[in-house]
Unconditional design. Structure first.
Length: 192
């Protein structure tokens, strides 16, 4: 009878060790899997969620995550859309735990310049938030005239004014590295 108890105890100890080994292996695989996840994949997995995006400049934008590109994201709220370059972000709040990789190699290659060219083509009236500086001094209003490889030319106008030669106070050339966010009126209601 004592032999049965001894073997039973040994089997229980082996099962416990096996269970601990399995749990350890699962934890290690989980850590390795998470280590391979990029932030853009987490952002894609949070599409449709309401998130807060904190910029390096201190500005904060909140909205529903509507698009995640190769170098930027798009937030939607009731009245505006905000394009935010990844490089301008200090932190995100409200991301889900799901990660989704970009299946399209074409979309992976589309960068910030592609989104900016679309805004230039649409003649969107924009508020451009620059990184650094004070909040009031770091916002420009206007319409993108053209987009280069690493900069854009912004025709400065008063907010809501159409981009006409008489309304342009000057042209500002803005390096992509200075862009914090670009906010436009949602839909076609802001286009003139």
């Amino acid at each position: 009878m004592r032999w049965d108890a001894l073997f039973g105890d040994m089997e229980a100890q082996l099962a416990s060790v096996d269970r601990l080994d399995l749990e350890s292996e699962i934890s290690e695989r989980s850590r390795a899997e998470v280590a391979g996840v990029e932030l853009a994949d987490r952002l894609r997995g949070s599409m449709g969620l309401r998130v807060a995006v904190h910029l390096v400049s201190g500005a904060v934008f909140e909205g529903t995550l509507g698009h995640v590109g190769g170098e930027s994201l798009l937030l939607n709220d009731h009245h505006h859309q905000v394009l935010v370059p990844f490089a301008a972000v200090s932190r995100y709040h409200g991301l889900g735990r799901l990660a989704v990789s970009e299946p399209s190699s074409v979309r992976r290659k589309l960068g910030l310049a592609s989104a900016l060219r679309a805004l230039a083509r649409d003649r969107a009236d924009l508020a451009v938030v620059l990184v650094g500086g004070t909040q009031e001094a770091a916002v420009l209003s206007g319409v993108i005239d053209r987009v280069g490889r690493d900069y854009l030319d912004l025709a400065l106008t008063r907010p809501g004014e159409a981009r006409r030669a008489a309304n342009v106070s000057q042209i500002a050339s803005v390096p992509f590295s200075s862009l914090g966010a670009l906010r436009s009126v949602r839909g076609t209601e802001g286009h003139q």
